[in-house]
Design a protein around this ligand. Structure first.
Ligand SMILES: *Cc1c(COP(=O)(O)O)cnc(C)c1O
Length: 378
């Protein structure tokens, strides 16, 4: 059947591919009677640490919690500053504010869209405690450069890995050059469950011990409590994730193949720039984002795609410092000009990207983007 439209997500297709195993795990949890922090949660905790190549994994309620749980476990809060980039999902900065610290926003690299390490040093003050690099769209930040700065100024590094699970750099893996890694399992992410979920992975014993206390009412034993919260991953979600974890690498390989097909098919278009992959990096294309060269035409081009059967979106058309609710002052401040982040917000268009796409659908999107290119090149 000829393709008439292509959706942005393939959640149900993915479920159908793994249905037998997912249903079996859900049934197992339901029949066990242990629904919160039970055996399935323990099993996934172990599997996720193994997968991540870290000593510890700490499943929790969502990706935002994973970030601030680490900040709190390290004592980063009131009066402290955390450096991150302005062009990320809102939750990165939100987690810093929740911990009580100030988000210090710097510009991104124009090609990778990840934090520009050259901009970090100028943002460091006596209050700086931590750098929070975001592996945006599925490509790793320049972690060796970030680690070097962190070592020089004795700063913590927490990787926001909500978008790049199973990605890697040329000479490094995620988690190797930082103190902790936080990820999200909401369904839009590459490893997604059927509700909210998140996790921290780390080799740091203190982060493991304290975040495990903080996520469960500060309770080391029945009836014993200290300062804490409630941020648990339930066992049904753990059961879903345990199945999906077995397929994540292969699913990401499929994303990489679709990205190659997009990039080959879209060579020579006039109006947009195609995504950049750093040599030797494993970019796992959480998102395939093209940049409209004349940003003033972006909204019209996006609408044209949507009107012509391509469910394209933007990530993120309003950068953090452009949000009306941006808490200037104590909550956040910016350092230097944010030219690249501004351009990213104004120019980005994300094309449909998920492992369960078909070649016909990818080719349909390519054909439509080329048509759009002709319409708007004039
Ligand atoms: C999704 C996302 C988060 C937050 O994850 P939730 O599970 O929605 O709390 C944080 N940072 C980035 C970069 C994200 O994409």
């Amino acid at each position: 059947m000829a393709v008439k439209e292509v959706k942005f997500y393939g959640h149900v297709r993915q479920y159908n591919e793994m249905k037998a195993d997912i249903d079996a795990n859900i049934k197992k949890v339901l029949e066990s009677g242990e629904y919160v922090h039970g055996p399935m949660n323990k099993q996934f905790e172990k599997e996720f640490a193994e997968f991540s190549g870290t000593k510890y994994s700490i499943p929790c309620g969502n990706g935002t919690d994973a970030l601030w749980l680490v900040l709190m476990a390290l004592g980063v809060g009131e009066g402290d500053e955390v450096i991150t980039n302005a062009n990320t999902f809102f939750a990165t900065a939100e987690a810093i504010w929740i911990a009580g610290a100030t988000a210090v926003l710097v510009d991104c690299d124009p090609k990778t869209k990840c934090i520009d390490p050259a901009k970090i040093e100028a943002a460091i003050t006596r209050k700086t405690r931590c750098i929070m690099p975001v592996h945006l769209y599925g490509q790793c930040c320049d972690m060796p450069a970030i680690k070097k700065i962190a070592d020089k100024y004795k700063l913590w590094v927490i990787e926001d890995n909500a978008q790049a699970i199973d990605a890697a750099g040329d000479t490094f893996k995620i988690g190797e050059l930082s103190d902790a890694v936080a990820t999200s399992f909401i369904i839009q992410k590459n490893l997604g469950c059927f509700g909210d979920g998140g996790a921290i992975v780390t080799n740091n014993e203190q982060i493991n011990r304290v975040t495990k206390l903080l996520r469960a009412h500060g309770s080391p034993a029945r009836n014993v409590h200290s300062f804490g919260f409630n941020s648990r991953l339930d066992d049904i979600q753990a059961g879903v994730l345990s199945v999906k974890l077995k397929h994540i690498h292969e699913g990401n390989n499929r994303r990489i193949e679709w990205a190659k097909r997009y990039t080959a098919g879209l060579q020579g278009i006039q109006t947009c720039e195609l995504p950049y992959v750093k040599p030797g990096y494993r970019h796992i294309f959480h998102l395939y984002v093209i940049d409209v060269k004349n940003a003033s035409k972006r909204d019209a081009m996006l609408k044209w795609l949507n009107d012509n059967g391509v469910d394209a979106k933007t990530h993120y058309s309003i950068a953090i410092h452009q949000q009306a609710g941006f808490p200037w002052g104590k909550g956040a401040r910016i350092v230097g000009d944010l030219t690249n982040a501004d351009y990213n917000a104004a120019s980005c268009i994300s094309l449909p990207m998920f492992p369960e796409l078909t070649a016909e659908e990818v080719d349909f999107v390519i054909a439509k983007v080329k048509e759009m290119d002709k319409v708007f090149a004039k």
